[in-house]
Each structure stands twice: as C-alpha cells, then as structure tokens.
Design a protein around this ligand. Structure first.
Ligand code: BGC
Length: 454
C-alpha cells in the first residue's frame, strides 16, 4: 500500500459543521426571523426553507455518508423546543431524534450545539443574555434537551462562538439586537454566556456523568499592519478580547484591565470544559486609527493581494489563512483538553480557493498534532451552501452547491478532495503538491475586513 505522507491517527474524526437556523428552514420563532423580516439582511434575502432539513435532512446525511464522514455537528433550535416560555414541543423532540438517529445510523458521531446564535423570540424580548436570569433559562432548556435526547447524544457544545455573538450583536450591529459600539453590554453578555456555559456544564454532567461538554470559539489571526507600537498594542487588545476571553474565563482568570472592570466575575465556569472547539477561517490586519480615518471598523482591514474567497457585500470576508490553525491550537492547548477544529472553510462559489484552504488547513492540523497537541477531529464548514446570516445567500460555503430553485445538490471539486482525504485518513503527496500554492485571487482593492453597519 502507498504510504500517505500526511496521515492521521486511527479514529480521527472527519466531519462537517452545520447549524439549525442555517439548515433547517422554517424557524419562525427565533430572533433571527424577526431580524430578517425587519430588513436587516444586506442582500434582501431571507432564510426561508434554508436547506430544508426540517423536512428532509436525510438527503444531506446521505451525502455525508458518501463522503465517508464519521462525525457531524448539528445544533438544536431552542425556539423549536420551547417556542413560548415554558411550553415545550414534543414534535420538535421527535424530529430531532429522527435526525440524530439518521446520522448515527450512517456511521457518524453526533456533536450537538445548544446555542448557535439563535434563541426564542421570548428570550430576546426579555433582554437575551442581559437578563439576570438568562443562565437559569438556558440551563432549563439544556436540562430538557439532555433529558429527551441524552440517550442518543453525549457530545455537547454549549455555545457557538460567544465572541462572535457578542461582537456582532453589540459592537458591529450585524446580528440582533443590532447594537453598535456598546462595549459594556458586549462584555456583560460575554460574562453571562460563560456563566450559562458553566451551569449547563454542571447540568449535563448531573444527568450524564460521562458526557463530553465543550464550547466553540472563533479564532482570528490579527496581524499588525506596520512595525508600529500602536498597531502591535491594538493587535494585543483584539487578541486578548476576541481570541482569548473565553480561554481566560475557562481558566478562571480575569480579562485584562480595563476590561475586567466592565465584565463580571470569572469564577462561574473555571475548569468546566471537557474539550474545546476551534473555528478557524481568517487573518485580519490591524492599523491603529490614530490621527487618520480608520481603514475599516476598529482599524481592521484586508490588504490587496492576499488569498481571499468571495467578498461580503460591503467588506472582505477576510484573508483565507490555513496557518490560523496554529496560534489557535497553541493558545487553547493551555486548557489541556482534547481539541477539535470545529469549523474551517471559505466563501467560494466557484471553488477557486477552497481546495487550497482545506488541504492546507488539514495539513496544519496534522503538523500541530505531530507536535503533540491533542487534536481529535476536523469539521469543514460546511456540507451544502446555507443561509449566511446578514449576507443571506450571497456567501457560499458548501462542499456542495445548493440550487435553491430545484433543491439539487451539485458537488464542487472540494467534495471529492475531502472524500479522498477521509478515505486515506491523510493527504496524498500529489494532493499536497497540487495545492501547495494559493490560486490567484482577483485583484481586489484593500477592503474593510469585517462587516459593519456603516
Ligand atoms: C459561524 C457559522 C458561519 C461561518 C461562516 C462561523 O463563524 O459559526 O455560523 O456560517 O462562520 O461565516
């Protein structure tokens, strides 16, 4: 048998990540439904039937099986399970049981996220995570989820990307509730989410002592634009606040000053973590906006000439950057827990740059594993094109293209590349050689590096 130069340990998990609102369709009881109806999607799109999973997730689970996946990450829609306060839907439980069973029957270990950006309208109306009782309301929902699905699931992700949820909802105004530059609220929400994580961790373990309970964090490589002390300082601030705040909470350490003064205590969730999920996509450049007009919000931008996928409506999605895997893994290895790369991908309708991004990100995962980091799986974002939040259907992340008129799934070349990596449990030399260099990106101008409301 041919030796595979970049091979992975037996049992390594190969998956795709998905989320309820972006895939299920017909979620009309959550805050995103209202946000869409209020005209906040830049493309004017709405989620509608999404990928139609509520009716037919099985069609896409067949595609997962054909790719050879041995894992999948889905999320539960709290607003389906509890559409009105304290009213629980048995029908939703029945459908989730079908979907999870269908994935398991196709050979996949199922990781279930409990909160992936969406929650019930009634919860949002009470202030979301700014409500003093948010942690109890969330714990109650988790309790119910584990009681009704716990015989089928033991891998739980409490929250997807508390850092993105708070930054986009309270600093950039891209996500509901659409607040802008409210640093105090952002930090209060982050603290409340970490408190809710800690309580959910205890609740899940109370019911399932052997459960694996983790959280997924988005990690961005921030790069100083110039060799300038102010750029480096701003990079350090973004790194501490965006990349490492969840880590600090889990370590029971305070945020750096002055931010520690704005966030509440960190002791609620210290040590309450069985694995960490890392969502790694981009690099952004930082140019401190002192005495000049900012190049982008907060001085974040993407320079001309770097590898990029498709652009968002008013900004670059970011530099596609396989090497982000490394600082993310190095930082979170401090927790001394298993690591899963829980999301990695690029918006790329034409599949121009995705194969390069995917092959080289997986190569970096292997490099980090060889260096002794306990990395146990890689999940691609995502299987099929799906509803990309404020960008609607503009940004296409699927290994399969979705034809929204016919519902047809059309394999992009990346699907076959991923299938063969999974079949080999490694990357063949010819694949590594073929995708060694990033394909040319169109000559985009320097662009702001993050979506913003202005
Ligand atoms: C989110 C996904 C999103 C993906 C691509 C991640 O930060 O968890 O919901 O679709 O990025 O932008």
């Amino acid at each position: 048998m041919l030796a595979i130069p970049a091979s992975f340990p037996p049992g390594f998990l190969w998956g795709v990540s998905t989320s309820s609102h972006q895939f299920e369709g017909g979620n009309t009881f959550n805050q995103w439904y209202d946000w869409e109806r209020a005209g906040n999607i830049r493309t004017g799109d709405s989620c509608d039937l999404a990928c139609d999973w509520w009716t037919n997730a099985e069609r896409d689970l067949d595609l997962c099986a054909a790719l050879g996946l041995n894992a999948i990450r889905i999320s539960l829609e709290w607003s389906r399970l509890e559409p009105a306060y304290a009213h629980w839907s048995d029908a939703a439980v029945i459908r989730y049981r079908e979907i999870i069973r269908a994935a398991r029957n196709r050979g996949m270990r199922v990781f279930v996220t409990l909160h992936h950006f969406t929650h019930p309208r009634w919860f949002e109306a009470r202030g979301g995570f700014l409500n003093d009782n948010a942690h109890q309301l969330f714990r109650h929902y988790c309790k119910r989820a584990v009681r009704t699905l716990g015989d089928l699931v033991t891998d739980w992700v409490t929250f997807n990307e508390p850092n993105v949820y708070t930054a986009f909802g309270y600093l950039f105004g891209d996500f509901p509730p659409g607040r802008v530059n409210e640093l105090n609220s952002a930090l209060s929400v982050l603290s409340a989410i970490m408190r809710a994580h800690g309580e959910a961790y205890d609740e899940i373990h109370r019911q399932q002592p052997s459960a694996n309970v983790g959280i997924a964090v988005h990690y961005i490589a921030f790069e100083p634009a110039r060799d300038h002390v102010l750029d480096r300082q701003l990079v350090a601030t973004y790194d501490a606040l965006f990349n490492r705040s969840v880590l600090l909470y889990l370590q029971g350490e305070p945020l750096p000053l002055p931010f520690a003064m704005m966030a509440s205590a960190t002791h609620h969730c210290a040590g309450k973590i069985d694995f960490i999920g890392l969502n790694v996509y981009n690099r952004l450049y930082v140019r401190a906006p002192f005495g000049e007009k900012p190049v982008g919000p907060g001085g974040l931008y993407v320079p001309r000439g770097v590898p990029q996928g498709d652009s968002a409506t008013n900004s670059s999605y970011g530099e596609a950057c396989p090497r982000v895997v490394c600082p993310a893994v190095e930082a979170y290895s401090a927790l001394d827990r298993p690591i899963y790369v829980m999301e990695n991908g690029v918006p790329d309708h034409a599949d121009r740059i995705r194969p390069w991004l995917m092959v080289n990100s997986i190569k970096e995962v292997r490099r980090m594993w060889q260096q002794g980091h306990d990395i146990r799986g890689y999940f691609h974002w995502s299987l099929v094109d799906n509803f990309e939040w404020s960008e609607g259907w503009r940004l296409r992340f699927g290994l399969y293209e979705l034809d929204r008129t016919t519902g047809e799934r059309i394999a992009r070349p990346s699907a076959e590349i991923y299938r063969s990596i999974i079949a080999d449990n490694g990357i063949r030399r010819e694949t590594l050689e073929l995708w060694e260099n990033a394909p040319q990106s169109p000559e985009l101008d320097e662009m702001p590096g993050i979506s913003s409301t202005d």
